[in-house]
Every structure is written in structure tokens, then in C-alpha cells.
Ligand binder design. Sequence first.
Ligand code: ADP
Ligand code: MG
Length: 697
Amino acid sequence: MDQNTPIIELKGVGEKAKALFAKIDVNTVGDLLSHYPRDYETFAPPVPVDETVPGEVCAVYVTVAGIPNQKKIRNLTILNVLVRDASGGMQLTFFNMPFLKKTLKPGGYYVFRGLVQTRGAAKIMEQPKIYGLDDYHKQCGQLMPRYALTKGLTNQAILKAVRQALDAFEYEEEYYPPKFLERHELISVREALYGIHFPMDYEALKEARRRLTFDEFFGFILMLRKNKELVQGLDNSYPMLETADTVRFLEQLPFPLTNAQKKVWSELREDMAGVHCMNRLIQGDVGSGKTIVAVLALLMCAANGYQGALMAPTEVLAKQHYEGICAYTKQYHLIFKPVLLVGSMTAAQKREVYEQIASGEANLIVGTHALIQDKVSYRKLALVVTDEQHRFGVRQRERLAGKGEQGIAPAGEGHPHVLVMSATPIPRTLAIILYGDLSVSVIDELPADRLPIKNCVVNTAYRPKAYNFISKEVAAGRQAYVICPQVEAGELEDVENVVEYTGKLRAALPDSVQIAYLHGKMHPADKNRIMEQFAAHNIDVLVSTTVIEVGINVPNATVMMVENAERFGLAQLHQLRGRVGRGEHQSYCIFVSSNEKKETMERLDILNHSNDGFHIAAQDLKLRGPGELLGVRQSGDLAFRIGDVYADATVLQEAAGAVDTLMREDAELAREEHQLLRQHFEAHGRPGINSIDFRTI
Ligand code: ADP
Ligand code: MG
């Protein structure tokens, strides 16, 4: 049994389970083993009832005080049981478990473990798990993995499959040389896989995580390095000169560029006129005005007689860019002949656009990534701008890097200049590593005319006030976003989900308020429709997962309410906040935390005092303790499978150093001791990614 064995070959995995596993992208044993737990449950020793904390999962060792009381409401059997220890009592409620009435004997002692809640002055637990004291002690101190699930697939089922796979798996030989492992204090890949799924203790888990994170970063940086060698030497096939067009456009704009925009614009001009092909990233916080700089570059491109392309991650964004550019073109008499290329267009419409592109009639092509990169034949494509908005993450880097020569450039023609725009805030030291193959420009200044967003960090008791506030804003003609961490009930018990929350909100807000929801599991056409309806103000309140981050520019939206804010990284919250404050109206951000731990409140409070994404990301990094590494993934953007560039910054730096050394000593991985390493990264790269070709050097 190896990496590629289909999981159906595991005992207990039949056709039905296979289909369920496929839903979480697990098809092979290799996939299964890299389906790392998202979290670990620890079993702490029981505590006295009066020391249990509402809102936390606790275990109590108690006696059943009195005969369980059972009632039936329609299809639901409700069993209430009073329990107590020397310190106090609590009520337990079980649903549809009538057999417990006989099992739980008055006077008997049990361990109950569950989420402690309050009802009036009383403490309660619903559906706690029941253990004998000995059994419970056996579990104590262990870390039980909790996996990302899908409806119908239980944690237990995944656990069983993983255990079986680990036992029968034929590991490839360790690919790092022994000296390398020693130098970087890494455990073997085999130990690491065991350790990540079934850690003996917290230390073992940390070591396992460190090894797997290191591997992931190492492979990624290695790939960047190869790519850098590829692109750095590329000649500038499309040298461009500044013309009167850009100068005139700038003079006519109703606002002056900020100093940061001016600096970046001059960097772009230099690049495009220079000896080598441009390969540049513009980093700039939300609202810092990246678009106008890109438009200037595209204008220079058109003025030099070339074509340019502007790619956006979603159809809605592509349309917005297109409309914006059409408006500029008309108003300032620019030489653009723009076309739009998106999936919802009919075949006939697309064909017409393809022709305009091929003939050179169109000199600016705006569209979604997939379409622009597809089978379009360009006439003289000299500049490709990618607006990644907030998702300039690992996948995108890989895609861009993997493109190389055979990408978007037609055979026989030169490589176009590449410009990427990103709002992912990331400290400079890390940017140098993660964007190692790009030149980086930073727009670190906002236009002067912005009204700062008003923020508050509150607990769930504040909700009625927040709903009231949203109603008022809606009545005044504004719109609001409400963000929940998960799509529907099921995966995580204790966090809000979009589907149910929408129902709750409909009940809480006046009937006249139009509420809709949006999440990543919806059909793309439905997502587009909802986003367009929100942009057109047919929807007042949009309940959404973080998919909205890459969404739309709706200047009329003035309220951003985030539920379970404690579950998000600060960088991500900051980006969510960037969805409001984009227009003339005062905007507000309400971060609702479901736990009131001091550290959580302190962390969230940083958002109250800063609007600077770079500062926030750095603070987040500083505050994040090792304990939090195991919780819900924090930085959605730079989403590696296991590594977190903020929290694992030291590992990232170490891996970068290791790649440096390797490249210095044996750039072609020709030495005997590096053969396994070479084979491993050639074969796997990172899971699902093009392998790395070392022969291109
Ligand atoms: P982002 O960097 O998030 O992509 P945009 O490019 O969409 O930001 O710019 C946000 C808004 O700011 C746009 O309406 C744009 O016209 C405006 N803007 C851009 N530059 C300036 C400037 N120098 N002064 C005033 N407003 C600006
Ligand atoms: Mg933008």
C-alpha cells in the first residue's frame, strides 16, 4: 500500500464511503495521510461542578441525584437528569436516547463530558458523553485528532481508515540525508505522519508538525528558486516608452496619486522599459489604490501598440474592472479598446471577442483567470496584470511559477511582462522569502480623503444591539455584511454557520429587510447571482463565509459584522473589514467574539487601534502562542496545507536557509546523497502541484 493506493482498498471503505471521502478530496491513501487533523481534543481530568466554566467543554465526576425525567415532544424524547458532587449540582439533557433512563441509575457515579452552558442560574450540559471513571482516566492527557468532515462521514470513520493506512503504508525511504535531518533537528517523515495523526503527547505533535511544515515550505521555496532562475534571465521582448497618454490621463484624474502610488508607477515604467522582462508584485492594503496604477501600466502598453490583459479571480470582479475601465476610456478619451471575457457569456459572444483579440482590434482584455489563460490567441500580448485581490496565496504562486515559457505567451513570441496585485498583508522579512522570485513594490499609504472605519469588539450579548444598528443603517439606505466561519451545521459544533444564521437573522430583523446568504459550496452561477444582486442593492444584508473577501466592491455597504471573530486571524479580519469603508458614508465593523478570554479580547483589540494591515499582521504573529497553532487555521490566504507563514515564520526562515545552502552546494542535486531528495521533489513537488524539474538549470 503506497501513496497512490485507492482508499477503497482499505477495510471498511466501500463505494459509499469512497464517495464521501472524495467530497473532502481524499481519493488515495496518500491523500488520506495528508488529510491532517484540523484540531485535537484533549481530555482534561474532571473538575468539581462549581469550577466548570460556561462556554467551555468540561468533564465532571458526579452522582445521579434522583430518577431521570423523560418527556416526549412530537418526535423528540427529552431526558433530564440531575447530577451532583460535593461542590454543587447541574442538569444534563439528552435527546432521543431513551435507553439512558435505565442505564443512568440514581446513586450511580459517572464522568460526563460536554459543553457547559447556563440556563437561568443553573448550569447544564446537553448531550454530554458518558464514561466510567477508569475509562475516562485512560483517555486523559491524550490528544484525539479531529478531522475536517463532511455530512455522513464521521470522525471515527476517518480515524479508523487513517490508523489502518498508517499500519499498512509502505513508506518511501527518508529523503533528507541524515546530516540534514540532524542539522535542522527534524524527525523522520514516518514518525511525523504517526505523530500528526496519533500524537503521544503535545511535544510529539509539535515535532511532527514542525517536520511536515518544514517539508512543505522547503518544497515551495525550492520551486520558487527554480522559477526565479527561469524568469530572471528573460529578455524584455516588449520594451515600452512612456507616451503623452499616461501623462495626460494623470493630469485629468480628479485626484493626485499618493506618493506611494507615484513611486510604484515609476518602478513599473522602469521595468517595462528595461533590459529584462518585468516580474513584479504590487502589495498594497485594501483601498490603497492599486487599480489605477495597473491601469496606467496597461495604458502605456496600449500606447506602445501592444495588447494587455487584466485577470481577476471572479467574474463579478472582472466585470467591475471592465466597467471601470470603459468609464475611464470614455471620460478621458483613452486609447483603450477593451473587451470582456467571462464564463457567463454565450459561445457566440465569446467567439466574437476571440476574433477581436486575434485580429488585434482589442488592445485590452479583461476577464477571469481561466478564460484569459485558455485557448485565446493573442496578437501582441505584452503585459499580463493579475488582480488576486485577497487571495494571492500559495496556489496562485504555484500557478504563476509553473507557467514559465509555455504559459500565456504564444509559441515563438516573447514572454509578456507580469504584474500581480495583492492585498495580503505580510511582513517584509517573510515577503522576501515567499515572493522570492518577484520584485516587490509596496503601496503603504492610503488616499488622504478616507473616513476611518469605526470598530468595536463585543461579546454575543451585544447581538440585539447590533441587529438594531443594522436595521437602522438599512433603513437609511445602506447595506451590511455578516460573516460566519462555517457554511452549515455539522463540522464544528460551537461556531455559527451561514445557513442557520440567515434564518435567525430573518427572525430578528424586520420583514422588509432583504437577507440572503453566500458561501463557497454554492454553485458558481448562484454565487454570481447573489453577489450581483447585492451590488445592485436588491439585497440589504448578506450573510456569508469569507468567500466575500474576494468579492465585490459595494461602496454602499457600511456595516461588517463578524461572528466568532476569535476564530479568524487578524490579517483576515482586517481584509474582511476592507469590504466596507469604500464609499462616502461612515462605515462600521462589529467583531463578535464568542469567548471572552483575556488573550482573545487583547488580540482582537489590536484591530481597534490600527488600520494598517502590515502592522496588524506583525502583531498577530507576535501574539500567537504555540497552543493556537493547533486551532482553526488562521491565515486563509497564504494557505499551505499545514504550515502557517505567520505562526511558523521561524520554520519558514529555516527552510529558506536550507534551500540556500543546498543550492550553493549542489544546485543540480547531482550528488549521491541528494538523489532521494531529488526524486521526492521531482515526483511530488507539493501534493497536487506540478513536480519540480531540476534539469531546467
Ligand atoms: P485597491 O487597492 O483595494 O484595489 P482601488 O484601486 O479599488 O483599491 O481603489 C479604491 C478607490 O480609491 C477607488 O475608488 C479609486 O478610484 C480611489 N483612489 C485611488 N487612488 C486614489 C488617490 N490617490 N486619491 C483618492 N482616491 C484614490
Ligand atoms: Mg483592488
